[in-house]
Write a protein of this length. Structure first.
Length: 177
């Protein structure tokens, strides 16, 4: 018997196997990503959002994004500051908006009603857009913090999140108009 050593042969994965695995993962991700993203960016109250947006000359994707960021579509949401409903309106702002829109028999109890809240929030956003040369960033800052406070770090973050969510809604729901 000879004195030879057996060599261990290292097997390298074949390049085509890696290629097929990467293709499979990309295909699976492409199929799942829209579903996962739509799960993260739902669109309940779609009809109410579109109706209010059209009535008050707003972009439905912007309203959906605001609701997503403000309340995550929870109609009973109440902030520490006292803002209520889907669009997180302050009671004084909601009362004023109700007067301006001639909303009959408004009470702050109606602020958690999705239709009422979305309609008043949409009207108020339109008002802010008109008073800020239709500049969405300025109007959103005013919506979030009031005219005097626009510019704080939290407000800038809010504006950024809403505008990013708006673009996501436009991509996920291209028929949202």
């Amino acid at each position: 018997m000879g004195n030879y050593q057996s060599r261990k042969i290292k097997r390298r994965p074949r390049k085509w196997v890696l290629f097929v695995a990467v293709l499979f993962l990309l295909f699976a991700a492409k199929r799942l990503l829209p579903w996962l993203t739509r799960e993260s960016y739902p669109l309940p109250y779609r009809d109410l959002i579109v109706e209010a947006a059209h009535r008050h000359h707003n972009d439905p994707a912007l309203l959906a994004a605001m609701i997503k960021v403000e309340s995550n579509f929870r109609p009973n949401a109440v902030s520490d500051a006292g803002a209520k409903g889907l669009m997180q309106l302050m009671p004084d702002t909601a009362r004023w908006a109700a007067q301006q829109t001639n909303l009959a028999s408004f009470s702050t109890d109606k602020m958690i009603d999705p239709k009422t809240n979305i309609d008043l929030g949409s009207w108020y956003l339109c008002y802010l857009l008109e008073n800020n040369d239709r500049d969405e960033s300025k109007a959103l800052a005013a919506y979030n913090a009031g005219d005097a406070s626009a510019g704080y770090r939290e407000t800038r973050s809010y504006v950024k999140h809403v505008l990013k969510a708006k673009e996501t809604y436009k991509q996920l729901y291209p028929d949202l108009q």
